[in-house]
Design a protein around this ligand. Sequence first.
Ligand code: WTA
Length: 678
Amino acid sequence: MSAKESMEVSEAQIAVHWQEEDYYHPSTEFIAQANMTDASIYDRFSLDNFPECFKEYADLLDWYEYWHTTLDTSDAPCFKWFVGGKLNASYNCIDRHLAKNRNKTALLYLPEPEDEAHQPITYQELWVRVNETAAMLRDTCGVKQGDRVTIHMPMVPELAVTMLACARLGAIHSVVFGGFSGKACGERISDSGSKVLVTMDAYYRSGKLLEHKDKADEAVQVAADEGQEVEKVLVWQRYPGKYSAATPLVEGRDYLASDLVKEYAGQRVEPVRVPAEDPLFLMYTSGTTGRPKGCQHGTGGYLAYVTATSKYVQDIHPEDVYWCMADIGWITGHSYIVYGPLSLGATSVIFEGVPTYPDAGRPWRIAERLGVNIFHTAPTTVRMLRKAGPDEPAKYTFHFKHMTTVGEPIEPEVWKWYYHVVGKGEAAIVDTWWQTETGGFLCSTMPALQPMKPGSAGPGMPGIHPVIFDEDGEEVAKGAGIAGNICIRNPWPGQFQTIWGDRDRYVSTYYAKYNKNPKSTDWRDWPYFPGDASVEAPDGYFRILGRVDDVINVAGHRLGTKEIESACLLVPEVAEAAVVPVADEVKGKVPDIYVSLKPGYESIGGEVERKVSDAISDSIGKIAKPKHVYVVTDMPKTRSGKIMRRVLSAISNGKDVGDVTTLANPDIVDEVRKLVQG
Ligand code: WTA
């Protein structure tokens, strides 16, 4: 599909075009205490000082061996950072804090049931648990440096412990979001070549203890069907000592981790000194075509970048109580619940539950009780909390100095509620634009250095130099206010290294569009193309408009339309399926599904619609659940037979369908419109 055609179905096209808003300035109290108040950081990180400027970030870490080359471009666009350096991520996130902060809370775990006490885990306790878990992974499962370990777990401290245990061994973790189906997990196991799966028996969600272990059985089966054998499954228990799943353990394959780890009591595992460019983890994300791709993140560059951005953008000080309400199963949780905050020696909250259960006051009760002063969430959650309990925050006495929004564009209206009602007019807000691939923030204001502007992410981060290109590769003049494809001119330490096992796809997806010389080893020839449309205002603030490819951002989570469409085709009656993003008051975008049936079939009593919806939940997860499923007699098509998703998208969103006279079957458009709009 050409870029022009894919633009036709893009989110960006149906994105609302907000007005430029006025500035909001951070308070003098905030500025007085902020970690980064020196505006010269932008000069230090100018392109003239690239790439050596990033030494400043890497120096926030402890290295066993210092690097000799800051940036190696010899295999561009697979860039290597801090080459020659050796370090260990778990050492940096735990051991180095012990001397001064052994007894300080590292992770503060909150179970969903309000009658279960919160559990502070000190750095000492985290160190003990990570060592024992590393010993268990090594000795029971044979995990060693470079092995992949798939982790499919809910929001519990054992998830962070298992990740850090892998890092201690130099093994590569691949965390799959707990809400994903067993099938989705199995596909990721197989792609990554994991022989070990770590999971949990059950977890709480909206008041119910949900079985989770059954997904592991399905995942192992799906992986086996694809030729990848899982040898060991470790099952943590939600209540240690009590197995909360109905699915039995498989003899010789499944082990209760909560019991087994006791056999490793007192064991210590020397952190493996890995080269800076050794992979730390894989994180699968949806793309334009085919299956999710495993974004491979390195150790030294990634950890340096998330540590620095946690310090300067999240403004985390050791004495802060920091709560990021994302799931660790997404990149936000990896970078800004686990690695960044722990590397800084902060206290990071892990919350098992959903923000609106049992009511929309829950997050504010938590913030009040724990003394949270830095809060981090997605626009979807803000919209949800605003809708369900607009007056709730005022009932509690918490005070945030700083708040983050991440993952999707935030409407100025919603931003203002966040600012005035949640932040009580005191908190500085950062709207951080970035991606799974980028490891850390790309655009955001530095909270004490620049004013906020609702609906705009802000300028490029220090050392990140964004540019807007048009479809033909011409640069859009700076600050022209003209929308185009935002790209980053230069590499940076947090960026992923490649797609696991598929360098060609890495190059073609993210670089081919704006690279003029595929043989070049000069980084200047390799602008990074994230797949988002954006517009730059005269003040240099970027407003992100949405995806330009076939990716739908549902509640801040990326889903590929192709993945959803292939799930629809699992329903035997379905001949063709098309998925389009439809605007949703709470989730930003949700999928609308159009299916046509094979000859001789009809949907009686909405049966096919139900089956399609279930097929999507089963093969991807509930987060992909469609808003509507429409059974149509035919799809609007071009004369060459391509489904015109642009037309369907316009119908779903109540927009003008434009000129449809050149379609092969223009009459169908009215028929579909009547079906959808009545
Ligand atoms: C979108 C989440 C507007 C964007 C960290 C990007 C945003 C995709 C913002 C990445 C933001 C992320 N404003 N849009 N502040 N942050 N996006 O990989 O389309 O789950 O490409 O990473 O979310 O989603 P991902």
